[in-house]
Design a protein around this ligand. Sequence first.
Ligand code: R5P
Length: 316
Amino acid sequence: MTPGNEELKVFYGRSHPELGEKIVKQLGLKAGEIKISSFAGGEIYTRIKENVRGQHCVVFQTCTQKVNEDLMELFIIVDAMKRSSAKSITAVIPYFGYARQDRKAASREPISARLIADLLTTAGVGRVITIDMHSDQIQGFFNIPFDHLTAMPIFEEYIKSKKLPNPVVVAPDTGRAKVAKKLADRIGAGLAILHKVRSAHHQSEVTHLVGEVKGKTVIITDDMIDTAGTATAGVNVLRKEGCNPDIYMVATHGLFSPPAVDRFKEAKLKEVVVTDTLPIINEKQFPGLKILSTAELLSEAIRRNYENRSISSLFD
Ligand code: R5P
């Protein structure tokens, strides 16, 4: 008896088919066949339409504004795979929803990121691949292998190609200072840090600026843009301090929940650069928006996992 070939099969859910398809193409594969639909009552139905017994299955699903549906869909796809005897199941979740709820910041709050981790493993996920999560520590919520990729090399290459005069990387809050420093080092720029306070979930105010921005080209960096409160709160402060009029922003995940687009139109940044970890529909587009693709990075990570090759060397 000879064991069957352990093939790589990549499936994607309904959250971001464009990126799912790009990844599959980069890998030189055809998307795994799957039926996904919703019942009138809102429940999701799924059926894997090809044999996955003994195969290495990858499920691609990001977390859009329909995050709860996206996650539920992912759970039941994985459940179907597990019950169909897949050899391994990897969840590729470029934007990991609920990551901001990674601790009890006030009494009687949940730690939702931990709950999502538990639900993923209960469903049958054996490995997670994601990009620039809100905090590195979330990896510790999982007891399975976890590949935490970063879009930093993509931004580094793009910023370097712009040859910006006298650049300074600005962290929009103290939580982002470490990552901002890494980016500053990679592009040979200075570093400045804003101190942000939140009066409500989507209201940010900047109270302090640490570092020199006068006469410099500011590049604000963050993991994500949701309502753009954080992104735009510091812009007036930076302009008042005399930075160059052309301000840039780079952030991995562009959720662009209202009123993000209005805020950016008003703030008039030169460029807001995000990746395609989330679908960016027409209504979310505005002058100066630039979208860079993560398809190559994600497909390479999937390939290296399948071939048991190093992933960290992707970032050397
Ligand atoms: C918070 O610490 C995150 O890193 C982001 O800065 C924040 O979640 C972005 O949200 P918004 O765009 O609504 O300010």
